[in-house]
Design a protein around this ligand. Structure first.
Ligand SMILES: C[S@@+](CC[C@H](N)C(=O)[O-])C[C@H]1O[C@@H](n2cnc3c(N)ncnc32)[C@H](O)[C@@H]1O
Length: 312
């Protein structure tokens, strides 16, 4: 963190003030260090508050997806992986489940926010990492690398896929789950539509990819050295009833998750795109009083890196 000090015109200052100023400048490195420590403690605290709030939403969504997958972490046929990495781990729910399902594996959960304070299995640890920066992991060192609902939130997130794929060991699995967010809302729901369309416009203006799931297969096909690529897409119509009870449960979890997302306070950058506090209040009012529908998809993908010594 840099500390900007505005230098006063010294000839207008009484000598005592100048001396104090000179002393302050002499102590600038320690002042800057103290300020930056306080600042980073504050940022950690603030991030922790957000993470705690979001944790139950992400846990609920994870549980719905797991049930949808019959208790599995992925449709990929994982066989006793020894090292598992999750990027953008959020609440850590997927990584915790991975650690429990593979108690002999070493599981690393990572995110650029801290993990919420919660009990972790003994074979799991957290490492803070930003996927857009150089990551503290060796290439080809994980038998499974998983990233879910993260790339769509990052400007040009798809360009990170080759770097993420490099972390997969020969014979290991790259698991990328993403989504196609709703484009609009159907029905008599002005505020829900305003929030959905406004947030989408905000994402596009920031080069984020709300429909990354649409193109995931193409991005993965372009990767060198992978085989057995599979992509499974499931479409949901939120606020409608599915005849399949498991599908319906995930429908409800996603509805809840999207609702909690939109009723949390948004940054002023998003307000500029119409997702104002007033629109968010209207969103809540419309939830149970109007007939509305949102179409979205979840896209799961899995691809295996060629085992060592195999020709591409
Ligand atoms: C929608 S949440 C998904 C969390 C989790 N993967 C899940 O499926 O429940 C997105 C997560 O990505 C993380 N994230 C966003 N940008 C990131 C980045 N550049 N590097 C690492 N994590 C990031 C956020 O902190 C958040 O935890």
């Amino acid at each position: 963190m840099s500390v900007a000090i505005e230098r006063p015109p010294s000839d207008l200052q009484p000598a005592g003030v100048r001396a104090g100023y000179a002393a302050a400048v002499r102590h600038l490195p320690s002042i800057a260090f103290a300020l930056s420590s306080v600042y980073s403690l504050y940022m950690d605290w603030a991030a922790q508050q957000n993470v705690e709030v979001d944790c139950s939403r992400l846990d609920a969504m994870h549980n719905g997806i797991t049930q949808f997958l019959d208790g599995k972490l992925t449709p990929a046929p994982l066989e006793n992986p020894r090292r598992i990495l999750e990027l953008g781990a959020g609440s850590g729910a997927w990584a915790i489940q991975a650690a429990k399902q593979f108690p002999d594996a070493e599981v690393v959960a990572s995110d650029f926010n801290p993990l919420p304070l919660r009990a972790l299995p003994p074979n799991m640890r957290f490492e803070r990492a930003d996927v857009t920066q150089r990551m503290p992991f060796e290439p080809a060192s994980f038998d499974v690398v998983h990233i879910r609902f993260v790339l769509c939130h990052i400007p040009d997130g798809h360009t990170l896929i080759p770097r993420i794929a490099e972390l997969v060991a020969p014979g290991g699995w790259l698991l990328i789950d993403d989504c196609c967010m709703p484009i609009s809302a159907d029905g008599d729901c002005t505020n829900i539509r305003r929030c959905i369309e406004g947030y989408r416009a905000y994402m596009l203006a920031n080069k984020q990819q709300p429909r990354l799931g649409d193109d995931l297969e193409g991005y993965l096909r372009a990767l060198d050295g992978f085989q057995s690529l599979q992509v499974a897409r499931t479409n949901f119509v939120l606020n409608s009833v599915s005849p399949d009870p498991v599908h319906q449960r995930l429908n409800e979890d996603l509805r809840e998750s999207i609702t909690r997302f939109f009723i949390s306070p948004m940054s002023s950058a998003v307000h500029g795109f119409g997702v104002t506090p007033e629109a968010e209040r209207g969103f809540v009012e419309e939830l149970d009083t109007t007939d509305w529908k949102l179409s979205m998809s979840m896209v799961l993908s899995w691809a295996r890196k060629l085992p060592a010594g195999t020709l591409d």
